[in-house]
Design a binder for this molecule. Sequence first.
Ligand SMILES: Cc1cc2nc3c(=O)[nH]c(=O)nc-3n(C[C@H](O)[C@H](O)[C@H](O)COP(=O)(O)OP(=O)(O)OC[C@H]3O[C@@H](n4cnc5c(N)ncnc54)[C@H](O)[C@@H]3O)c2cc1C
Length: 471
Amino acid sequence: MAQRHAVVIGGSLAGLSAGRVLSDFFERVTVIDRDTYPDGALERPGVPQSRHVHALLARGRQELERLFPGFDQLMCDQGAHELDFGLDFATLRVDGWAARESDWLRLFFASRNLLESVVRGLFRKLPNVTLIERTTVTGIDAVRTGHLRATSVQLCPLDGGAASRLEADLIVDASGRASKAPEWFRALGVEPPQESVVDSFSGYSSRWFKAPDPSRWPREWWWKGIWIDLKAPEHMLAGVLFPLEQGRWLVTLGGVAKHYPPSDEAEFMAALETLRSPVLAETVRLAEPISPVYSNRAMANRFRHYDRWQGRLDSFIAVGDAACAFNPVYGQGMTTGTVSATILADCLKKYGPLNPELARHFFRAQGRFQTSPWMLATGADFRFPETEGRRPAGGKLFSPYFDTLFQAGRDDLVLHRRVGEVLNMLKSPSAFFEPAIMARVARWAFRRKFSRGGDRARPIPAMPPSLIPVG
Ligand SMILES: Cc1cc2nc3c(=O)[nH]c(=O)nc-3n(C[C@H](O)[C@H](O)[C@H](O)COP(=O)(O)OP(=O)(O)OC[C@H]3O[C@@H](n4cnc5c(N)ncnc54)[C@H](O)[C@@H]3O)c2cc1C
């Protein structure tokens, strides 16, 4: 009897996570990528976003450790910084410096290249997987036995070899936000799923630095990272500094509503000085640039609605950015991709790997999950009037509540913790609507309204307050 075989298109984070799950249910798993994988934590052309800061949410870290036991340890061994954002980052929110308060969460700060190379190394250790490099998938073949069923992928090797086909019992598209699946469906005569696009016209510019020798670091500077929110309309640029492995820093400027940060080196350095606090520019002055400035504007939210797809192609599923990509400002993409792998495992357990209904069940379950990060990301993007696209139902209604909740979270530890849990995807946004949470938000808003000074704006210090927590 032929061995059951699954093929994954794209061997990045979502593809490797899905491949890991498939290796439990299929005799063979083949992951195909058009890139040559670097030897170690280096960039590659297929993932240009790796040049920019990548925050892995707490849920993503949990999922990766569960899928790839040993992930945490390897990240630490290879120099990832394990930090408590609330304690270790100087964070300037719209209404002032965040109090220096623990988030109760330990997050990894490392390059996206390191993250992927650790996952790839652990994936390669699986006994029944093959990684094919330098090969582009150019289409899908299908047969009609009742419904249309995907049977193989069309391959084009990049080193000049002959085009070929690879048969599979299940095909997983993990080829990222620029997935060509809609074109492949049209070639098969199948209407692609509808897409929702919400674009706030955001962009990043990033530059890498060698961190200074600790002897040059002022004693009162307690921060290990910096986060400066933008404040519309006066300050349309945000800026962050993430510490990375190997004594490096990654500094990213983010703009919204077509206020794209500059890609020219001198202009980038000058733009650091225009942020709401001089702390980032002053910190960076101590460091040595080790890269040019990289820019990325492919940041619109794009939901391919496989969950309500009228067309049908059995034995084909899509995960990660190929199914739903977010404005990366909210750090949800990698985590969502890893959660999709867990959803896939649940569906494979429940329905079996060869069940013709597997894809439809999976898409519905994945769509239910993706709706929450989608609502959060697009809801936040719609704070800017320039944002284009369809506003999710109820988004406008809830946004004043969210605004109050986030502000209250800076004073109230219970709310602070809940905000952290939801933004890190450890809880769903419905956790914001538990009666006890809503009551705390109401109490905070009431007290603020009637407290002395009320809404009167307090001046915000230019530099982060010193070691003593302000709260
Ligand atoms: C500027 C920027 C910053 C970001 N910051 C964050 C962040 O802070 N936190 C976060 O969680 N997420 C962030 N993201 C999102 C994150 O990068 C993605 O969500 C994540 O990489 C998606 O993983 P993926 O595996 O679905 O796709 P990708 O990582 O995009 O990988 C797709 C893979 O498919 C391969 N491929 C493509 N087409 C083919 C083909 N036809 N044949 C064979 N191989 C193919 C590519 O070579 C690549 O390896 C950011 C994104 C951007 C653009």
